[in-house]
Design a protein around this ligand. Structure first.
Ligand code: ZN
Length: 133
């Protein structure tokens, strides 16, 4: 299939949004039963990662850890006011990949896929390519 774009509206300046359900729908729609689903975030202040889906404290801990590493307010050269968001986006990264077997995402029991917002709220695009093989 070609590139598929999904739009996600974020609600907070910084948050992790579980997009696993959306990824499942994209994979189902593709008809691919064995292969890979690549996920790419075409933004410089957002990212994507896979992590714990049960205890919401893990998401908050991750945000807190990133805030400790890269404080929102500091002496940055970038004058847009979102230098921290650029740095956090690069630390997490713009892409991930999930295997598909029997038409299902191959994720660990405790894993979900998260869009990571660092400069919201905004409307974000998430790109997918589902490949058979
Ligand atoms: Zn900027």
């Amino acid at each position: 299939m070609g590139l598929k774009t999904i739009t996600v509206r974020t609600e907070h300046p910084q948050q992790f949004i579980d997009i696993t359900h959306t990824v499942r729908l994209v994979v189902r729609e593709s008809g691919v039963t064995r292969g890979t689903c690549q996920v790419f975030i075409p933004h410089t202040t957002a990212a994507v990662t896979i992590n714990e889906n049960t205890d919401p404290d893990v998401k908050q801990d991750l945000l807190n850890i990133l805030e400790t590493l890269v404080p929102s307010k500091s002496q940055y050269l970038h004058t847009e006011g979102n230098a921290h968001a650029h740095a956090k986006a690069s630390l997490i990264g713009p892409n991930t990949m999930v295997f598909i077997e029997s038409g299902q995402l191959v994720l660990g029991t405790w894993q979900s896929i998260y869009l990571c917002e660092f400069d919201g709220p905004r409307t974000r695009n998430v790109l997918f390519r589902v490949t058979s093989g």
